[in-house]
Design a binder for this molecule. Structure first.
Ligand code: HEC
Ligand code: HEC
Ligand code: HEC
Ligand code: HEC
Ligand code: HEC
Ligand code: HEC
Ligand code: HEC
Ligand code: HEC
Ligand code: HEC
Length: 314
């Protein structure tokens, strides 16, 4: 077995070196003096674009002097630093647009992907919730063209959707923004698999009203208990703080009213699962959720006084 693999390896090595030698003979040496720098010139901001000398000189046969120094300086970075290196300027016949005008070479108002590729870093929004979008996966993996989004759906400026004021799930449902495709037909529905676009908070959430010591940990629920975001964020909790405290809450002195109120309060929220069926019942282990003043102080490092509600029973 060992002998066999050694043999295979050396055969492969010989074949490889023969192939390499063959290639070396067949392929013309790249002469930097004749054709310009070998490595691609890549611009990263505001969007990735690539220029190859080889294509223009060796393949197409354009002279150095056609571009240097009338159109471009022989110093990488000059065009971009001039701040004038834009698609608008190109459409007006400057820079790449001297030739890329639809006559001499493909025009700059088409074939965006001919020169651009998507940057690797995803776009991340932090407000009002945290979500992210990957150009790379949409453009490269799903082969969606720039114009499908940067016509009517999105402007080419991060933050402009946010400043429109209606960059919301409700708008997606009406077919705007991400919802133009994430409608269940063209791509998965945006009212499902929230975790594809959103991040769960890493820090524990402490409910501070009406009592300030109930702790909720996404990690336990999402990672350990493997619950989907929808199991809580479709009907029970909104994906931002304040679901419970936004309600009118009143703790009556009448024991019966109080009891009913507490049962309703618990069963409407955490109790949708913590009812002894899917998870431990809220009536059995108060202090697992109500960590108390001590627990709260330990978590926050603070020294706040509990309002005392936590001691009352059902
Ligand atoms: C089709 C246009 C075009 C042609 C033809 C062309 N270049 Fe360039 N060249 C560029 C562009 C674009 C840049 C980058 C300029 C910038 O960043 O502002 C560049 C940059 C350079 C640089 C600087 C590279 C660096 O890393 O700083 C050198 C050197 C260069 N070219 C040499 C040549 C030579 C030699 C030829 C002919 C064999 C040639 N170029 C032909 C467009 C061209
Ligand atoms: C002097 C004329 C000229 C200039 C300036 C020029 N190009 Fe080109 N370019 C051509 C020609 C001609 C072709 C080949 C014909 C075609 O593909 O339409 C070409 C082809 C290309 C291709 C196609 C490569 C392929 O895979 O077939 C890319 C990409 C490209 N150019 C990028 C650029 C970029 C980016 C710039 C500006 C930094 C630029 N070109 C400036 C003339 C030019
Ligand atoms: C011939 C090559 C070429 C083609 C085709 C092309 N671009 Fe560009 N584009 C560039 C270069 C080079 C830059 C300047 C460097 C950079 O920003 O990456 C640029 C810059 C940009 C910028 C930033 C500067 C600005 O003008 O706001 C945007 C946005 C852009 N391109 C979008 C597009 C879109 C959309 C298309 C298709 C409709 C397109 N480009 C087609 C080469 C091209
Ligand atoms: C599936 C949709 C989609 C596709 C396809 C797409 N984009 Fe975007 N693009 C976006 C979104 C969303 C934003 C952020 C807009 C916002 O925040 O309002 C964005 C932002 C941008 C920005 C601004 C970046 C910045 O830092 O300000 C540029 C430039 C851009 N896109 C270029 C392109 C180019 C070029 C292509 C094609 C190669 C492309 N996009 C394809 C959705 C898309
Ligand atoms: C296709 C991607 C995507 C999916 C799937 C998605 N969202 Fe969003 N969501 C976004 C983007 C983008 C924003 C706007 C920027 C931000 O707030 O992060 C947003 C905003 C929000 C907001 C704040 C604005 C508003 O509508 O009130 C909430 C809350 C929200 N999403 C909840 C959810 C929930 C719950 C789910 C699952 C049922 C979900 N999202 C699924 C992309 C998505
Ligand atoms: C032009 C159509 C289009 C638009 C607009 C669009 N998407 Fe997508 N998206 C797709 C398609 C197609 C897929 C792949 C099919 C699928 O997963 O259902 C996809 C897949 C995804 C995925 C899963 C793959 C990955 O990248 O991990 C995420 C997350 C996503 N989109 C987020 C978004 C967000 C956020 C927005 C809005 C900012 C958005 N998309 C806007 C078409 C679109
Ligand atoms: C077991 C229930 C549950 C699950 C599952 C769950 N969450 Fe939450 N989430 C909550 C509760 C409770 C809050 C706090 C709501 C409140 O204070 O009104 C919350 C709040 C949030 C917030 C807002 C936090 C802040 O500080 O504003 C985001 C964002 C969030 N969740 C994202 C997610 C994502 C993404 C998933 C899926 C990966 C997920 N959640 C799964 C229960 C859940
Ligand atoms: C969608 C169902 C669901 C909702 C809603 C839910 N939980 Fe849970 N929770 C679970 C499951 C499942 C477990 C793990 C099994 C268990 O411990 O019984 C769990 C575990 C826990 C634990 C860990 C118990 C331990 O032994 O360490 C705590 C604490 C907790 N939940 C608090 C809460 C609080 C507070 C809320 C409301 C803000 C809440 N949960 C809402 C399903 C849910
Ligand atoms: C699964 C988690 C969980 C368990 C178990 C639980 N609670 Fe709660 N409780 C909550 C949440 C969430 C709130 C509302 C947020 C807050 O007040 O901090 C709350 C609120 C309360 C309040 C305040 C109501 C108000 O309006 O002032 C009292 C009193 C209370 N719980 C008593 C109890 C008692 C007694 C037990 C045990 C029999 C118990 N809880 C078990 C999660 C839980």
């Amino acid at each position: 077995m060992t002998k066999f693999s050694v043999l295979t390896v050396s055969c492969a090595a010989i074949t490889a070196s023969l192939l390499l030698a063959g290639n070396g003979l067949a392929e013309e040496e790249y002469d930097v003096k004749a054709y310009g720098p070998k490595s691609s010139i890549i611009w990263d901001t505001p969007i990735k674009a690539t220029f190859d000398h080889k294509i223009h000189t060796m393949d197409v046969g354009i002279e150095c002097s056609t571009c240097h120094d009338d159109i471009f300086s022989m110093q990488r970075g000059t065009a971009i630093n001039s701040k004038k290196f834009t698609m608008k300027a190109m459409a007006e016949g400057q820079f790449c647009g001297v030739c890329h005008n639809g006559d001499d070479a493909f025009a700059t108002d088409s074939n965006c992907m001919g020169c651009h590729s998507a940057g690797e870093d995803p776009i991340v929004w932090n407000e009002p919730t945290k979500s992210s979008f990957s150009h790379a996966s949409h453009v490269e993996e799903m082969e969606i063209s720039c114009n499908d989004c940067h016509g009517e759906v999105f402007s080419m400026k991060v933050g402009s959707s946010t400043s429109n004021g209606d960059f919301t799930m409700a708008a997606f449902k009406e077919g705007k923004y991400c919802g133009a495709c994430h409608n269940g037909d063209d791509a998965f529905d945006s009212s499902t698999q929230c975790e594809s676009c959103h991040f769960p908070p890493e820090d524990k959430i402490v409910f501070t009203a009406p009592v300030k010591s109930v702790v909720f940990d996404h990690n336990i629920h999402v990672v350990k208990a493997e619950l989907s975001c929808e199991s809580c964020h479709k009907e029970v909790f909104s994906m931002k703080e304040g679901t419970i405290s936004d309600n009118e809450l009143s703790l009556s002195e009448d024991p019966n009213v109080k009891r009913k109120y507490l049962v309703d309060l618990h069963s409407k929220y955490c109790g949708t699962c913590h009812d002894s069926s899917q998870a431990f019942g809220y009536l059995t282990r108060c202090t697992v959720c109500h960590i108390g003043v001590k627990g709260h102080d330990q978590m926050t490092g603070g020294n706040n006084k509990d309002t005392g509600h936590g001691k009352s029973g059902h």
